[in-house]
Design a protein around this ligand. Structure first.
Ligand SMILES: N[C@@H](CCC(=O)N[C@@H](CS)C(=O)NCC(=O)O)C(=O)O
Length: 218
């Protein structure tokens, strides 16, 4: 039997993508939460040169980064349902959407978290507005694609997985702040002018009740 381990963070939008990809493929993995257990974090950092979650270890093969993991699983398990379409036009569209979401989420985490300590710097306003403006453009592009039930073609794909996880994560920030469960980084992200466009939030509503989405993002 294949030994499969996912180093992740329970509430991370990046980690949830991979758990939804695994669920779509019917693949199981032992979950090791790196925020809950420092030993898992140390092990993940030993395995991955970039030291970020999620990291998948599949029969000894180490794959970091949610997008790379999804591509790896599509190729390594060709008998399971794919998350990136095979057909060229659909693949290009799915990648345009996942790249835009990756850019928007990483920018939000960078500006609101990793670099926020620089927010008293004279250049902060200009630099952060430029970056967040681009993140808004990227998520706006994704919202423009939300014209049907699925973002690409007529089935659930990586584009939908990337979109639902980020929509629920960003949408849930204010609720977590109100409950007192938000991290300092999330509180800082809430000060930035970044929101999920109404069209994308409305699109997400029709998928929130999916059993895999409820189990992983609930
Ligand atoms: N592009 C990466 C982003 C992963 C990422 O930013 N992970 C965060 C967790 S939410 C992390 O590991 N942060 C720790 C750090 O930056 O040191 C992916 O999609 O997997």
């Amino acid at each position: 039997m294949t030994m499969r381990t996912l180093y992740h963070i329970e509430v991370s939008t990046f980690s949830r993508r991979v758990r939804l990809v695994l669920a779509h493929k019917g693949l199981e993995a032992e979950l090791r939460d790196c925020r809950a257990d420092p030993a898992n974090l140390a092990e993940m950092k030993r395995l991955s040169a970039i030291g970020m979650m999620p990291v998948l270890v599949d029969d000894g093969h180490v794959v970091p980064d949610s997008g790379a993991i999804a591509h790896y699983l599509d190729d390594a398990y060709p008998d399971t349902p794919r998350v990136f379409p095979r057909e060229r036009e659909a693949l290009a569209k799915a990648l345009a959407i996942t790249s835009a979401i990756e850019f928007a989420m990483t920018t939000l985490v960078d500006v609101g978290g990793r670099y926020f300590a620089l927010s008293k710097d004279a250049a902060w306003s200009e630099v952060s507005s430029e970056r967040i403006g681009r993140a808004r453009d990227a998520i706006g592009f994704v919202a423009e694609q939300a014209t049907g039930k699925f973002l690409v073609g007529d089935q659930w794909s990586a584009a939908d997985i990337w979109a639902i996880t980020s929509t629920l994560w960003v949408g849930g920030m204010a609720a977590r702040a109100a409950q007192g469960t938000a991290t300092q980084h999330v509180l800082q992200m809430l000060t930035l002018d970044f929101h999920i466009p109404d069209a994308l939030a409305a699109w997400a509503k029709q998928h929130e009740a999916r059993p895999d989405v409820r189990a992983i993002c609930g």
